[in-house]
Design a binder for this molecule. Structure first.
Ligand SMILES: [Fe+2]
Ligand SMILES: [Fe+2]
Length: 136
């Protein structure tokens, strides 16, 4: 799936990783409709949790490096999501349609609204910081 332009931050690595995350949700959606493949479903969720961790860490590294003013709030949102996905995995050790739907709607929506509200702001900050740096 292509990352809709409205979700772009303009920062190459950030856009690339957001696209990867959205693709993972698509993969979970496919596994959800193909009830036979429970392993694919579980594997993809484990991978999603790992990838989210990696992605959040990278964003936080940039926030620290460029002394981003909204770091505390942004970091808090990341931590809440990590907590949520951890709880989800503990409660949904076995595949269930209900669990899959919950993950797809709630967490899928969370990621998208987080990109629109927080990541785009961060992306803009990173871009202007890097522009200033390359100009000086
Ligand atoms: Fe973020
Ligand atoms: Fe992000």
């Amino acid at each position: 799936m292509k990352l809709d332009v409205k979700y772009e931050t303009g920062v190459v690595w950030q856009d690339f990783q957001h696209k990867q995350l959205i693709d993972l949700f698509e993969k979970i959606k496919e596994a959800r409709s193909d009830n036979k493949d429970k392993n694919l479903y579980r594997y993809t969720i484990a991978f999603l949790a790992m990838y989210v961790n990696h992605h959040f860490k990278l964003e936080e590294e940039y926030m620290d490096k460029y002394t981003y003013p909204d770091t505390a709030l942004h970091r808090k949102e990341h931590q809440e999501f990590i907590k949520e996905i951890k709880a989800f995995r503990e409660e949904n050790i076995n595949y269930s349609e209900k669990g899959a739907d919950e993950l797809l709607t709630r967490m899928g929506e969370w990621i998208l609204s987080h990109i629109l509200e927080n990541d785009q702001k961060l992306g803009e900050y990173i871009r202007s910081f890097e522009q200033k740096k390359s100009a000086s």
